[in-house]
Design a binder for this molecule. Structure first.
Ligand code: PEP
Ligand code: MN
Length: 338
């Protein structure tokens, strides 16, 4: 349930509603918009919530039941867009922000070379995997902490914040020491222990959609992080499994406007994993921005033929630069910048 206060509701009237929520055994979450203060009521209690008891309170404009199971992630609770700071810019704001870099961090020189290249092309943040979630236990698993150190060095050189995946709750403190943004990968989207640890860290989180998860599942996972009081969450569409075999996954372009309507959180698209073939990354990136994505995360590699993972979907730096130009033009066509 949400309680929408009148535009002129006083601080006293707001605190009376919060006290009533707590007396009924629920948690109150405050969202202060330009016009209205909204009080979200979450949790479980033996006391039933009676809308009429709240709607008669002073300063209350209306009381609404929220039928979706996610609450803190929902736009009903928080109508204004959440803006997540990234490198002096805001993910979710007017500018479409691009995170770019290799699938895996392969060496110190590799990540520094790529950080310089993607920065030059206009990227806002650097990606690179130190802990890799591989389908096969025999595939390259990542250089772990050594790779985190190389990423931190690349940040020092370029000023680009670092986005990297954390696969295990126990590793959250270590990855937080080096990363600016913790990525939770598709395969871990419903690792609830990890989601709680990521929430508790209060670090910025990039939460990727599971390959067989619905939009609602994704937002329920975001809810875990938000429920820990961590509001800096971005959600990411990265392609889903379908019957189609021509591409690695199927980019669910529908999910972009659906997510933008359902949640206030910034929506990022990953055209690289969505399509899996470098030659289609640019058109999928364009479609994501045209559909309203706030940001992109793109794999770039100087020598894809030598990449230890995802070379087939990695753009060379010059192609990434060309993609950025196309993305800029599409962003402008939909009233944004890039
Ligand atoms: C990645 O970003 O390299 C990755 C493994 O992505 P996903 O979790 O979406 O498969
Ligand atoms: Mn990858």
């Amino acid at each position: 349930m949400i309680v929408v206060m009148k535009p002129k509701a006083t601080a006293r009237q707001i605190s009376d509603v919060i006290n009533r929520v707590q007396a009924d055994g629920y948690r109150a979450h405050l969202s202060e918009g330009e016009q209205h203060t909204i009080i979200g009521v979450v949790g479980e209690s033996p006391t039933p919530l009676r809308e009429e008891n709240y709607s008669v309170m002073e300063g209350v404009e209306k009381v609404m039941r929220v039928s979706v199971p996610y609450k803190l992630a929902s736009r009903h609770f928080h109508p204004a867009d959440t803006l997540v700071p990234l490198n002096g810019a805001l993910m979710g704001g007017q500018k479409v922000l691009v995170i770019a870099g290799p699938c895996s961090v392969e060496s110190r020189d590799q990540i520094i070379e790529l950080a310089c290249a993607v920065k030059e092309a206009g990227a806002t943040a650097l990606r690179g995997g130190a802990f890799k979630p591989r389908t096969s236990p025999y595939s390259f698993q990542g250089y772990g902490e050594k790779a985190l150190q190389w990423l931190a060095e690349a940040r020092e050189r370029t000023g680009l914040p670092v986005v990297t995946e954390v696969m295990d709750a126990a590793l959250v403190p270590l990855v937080c020491q080096y990363a600016d943004v913790l990525q939770i990968g598709a395969r871990n989207m419903q690792n609830f222990t990890l989601l709680n640890a990521a929430g508790e860290s209060q670090h910025t989180i990039l939460l990727k959609r599971g390959m067989s998860s619905t939009v609602e599942d994704l937002l329920m996972s975001a809810e875990y992080i938000l429920a820990q009081g961590n509001k800096r969450v971005m959600v990411c569409e990265r392609g889903i499994r379908t019957f189609e075999k021509a591409t690695r996954n199927t980019f669910d372009v529908n999910a972009i406007p659906v997510l933008k309507a359902a949640t206030h959180l910034p929506v990022v698209a990953d055209p690289s994993h969505a399509v899996g073939l470098w030659e289609y990354v640019e058109p999928i990136a364009r479609s994501a921005v045209a559909a309203g994505a706030d940001g992109l995360i793109v794999e770039v590699h100087a020598r894809p033929e030598e990449a230890v993972s995802d070379g087939r979907q990695s753009l060379k730096p010059d192609r990434f630069k060309a993609m950025m130009e196309q993305v800029r033009r599409v962003a402008e066509a939909v009233g944004r910048t890039a």
